[in-house]
Design a protein around this ligand. Structure first.
Ligand code: GDP
Length: 365
């Protein structure tokens, strides 16, 4: 009985928070993602990191391994089950998501190039984060470009900074202070993360290099801290279905499919859902809940495997009829009773509100 299963799940299951990476073009968003996904094969460090549709999942074991250099005494306690990081920074559909008060992200990493400071899209991202009260940290990226920087691959930032000569340390402080001033001009108080006494009052700045990996352990630990401090326990429990359409894609053999992020709840094959479409609301039944096949499964003919059900938070591809005019950036709503026409009508009206929001934003820019 599906309802019973859902009710049981909402009590016992934790879901992982969802993290987005934002920032001006060329600040290193893609490179940072690549670097945190990279696993150390020699040390068998994969820790269950899984590539999903539109997202990468880091189970807590992987987070622990990736933060080990900055948690050598093991004093830092992990409470989250893992972290889902959205893969498409700066993607077109993502800018839709960014512009309508979407609940896609629970937390965000705003990437700033330490050599450039705040740039136009940085300011835009900050406005969006402020509007929807999304907690965020700032990755002050490209520290390896400070003149004379001596790198120690994948090191904790403080340890690396201590190894630099005075000139490099001075240049770092100089650029840090300039960045803090620029943030203050935007009415954001900020602090270097280990000098930050209140994450509620000050935005934490974490210096990183996507090239050398320095500061990335600090960044992951910081984002975990922020999640644990600023997200209520409630948010982390599986409850009602919440989903966001990331992409609409034609796939050979499947027709038009949608890639969604399931922010919360559980979906089953056969569930009825309502989507926002350019030609009106789309009400359809989920035919396939598809996730990427693992390497060893690639002998079978499809690159996707079917799932009877999937649980938040994750990225999943949905095949269904009538998806041709679906719109990326809008929500996908779950129909509790497919025989209840009133419910469907209400959900259709609700989801079409997304279109107005998307359009008004597009016409403004
Ligand atoms: P995005 O547009 O924000 O996704 O930026 P990319 O990840 O594509 O990076 C833009 C450019 O900056 C590329 O040439 C990267 O190799 C370079 N880059 C990114 N991160 C770093 C870094 O930490 N150090 C240095 N030196 N270059 C970086």
């Amino acid at each position: 009985d599906q309802e019973a299963a859902r009710a049981a799940a909402s009590k016992d299951d934790l879901r992982s928070p969802i993290c987005c990476i934002l920032g001006h073009v060329d600040t290193g968003k893609t490179k940072l993602l690549d670097k945190i996904r990279q696993t150390n094969v020699q040390e068998g460090e994969a820790g269950g990191i899984t590539q999903q549709i539109g997202a990468t999942y880091f189970p807590v074991e992987a987070l622990k391994k990736k933060t080990a250099v900055v948690n050598q005494d093991g004093a830092f306690e992990f409470k989250v089950p893992g972290l889902l990081v959205i893969d498409t920074p700066g993607h077109e559909s993502f800018s839709n998501l960014r512009s309508r008060g979407s609940s896609l992200c629970n937390i965000a990493i705003l990437v700033v190039d330490i050599m450039h400071g705040l740039e136009p899209q940085t300011l835009e991202s900050m406005r969006l984060l402020r509007d929807r009260k999304t907690p965020f940290i700032v990755a002050l990226n490209k520290i390896d470009r400070l003149y004379g920087w001596k790198q120690v691959a994948n090191n904790g930032f403080r340890e690396s900074l201590a190894l630099q000569n005075k000139g490099v340390q001075n240049e770092f402080r100089d650029r840090l202070e300039k960045t803090k001033l620029a943030f203050a001009e935007q009415s954001f108080n900020s602090e270097l993360y280990y000098e930050n006494k209140s994450m509620a009052k000050f935005v934490s700045l974490v210096p990183t290099s996507a090239h050398t990996g320095e500061g990335i352990p600090d960044m992951l630990k910081l984002i975990t801290t922020l999640t644990q401090e600023r997200m209520t326990g409630q948010l982390m429990y599986l409850s009602e279905v919440e989903a966001t359409v990331l992409e609409v894609k034609v796939i050979e053999g499947l027709g038009t499919t949608i890639d969604i992020i399931l922010n919360n709840g559980i979906l089953h094959e056969g569930d009825t859902v309502v989507l926002c479409g350019t030609e009106g609301a789309i009400t359809t039944k989920i035919r396939g809940l598809l996730t990427p096949a693992e390497m060893k499964e690639l002998r079978v003919k499809s690159v996707y495997v079917h799932n009877k059900s999937v649980k938040a938070a994750l990225g999943v591809k949905i095949s269904a009829n009538g998806l041709d005019h679906a719109i990326a950036g809008s929500r996908m709503l779950f129909v509790k009773d497919p025989n209840d026409e009133d419910e469907i009508e209400e959900l259709e009206e609700d989801v079409m509100g997304d279109l107005e929001n998307l359009m008004s934003k597009i016409s403004k820019t």
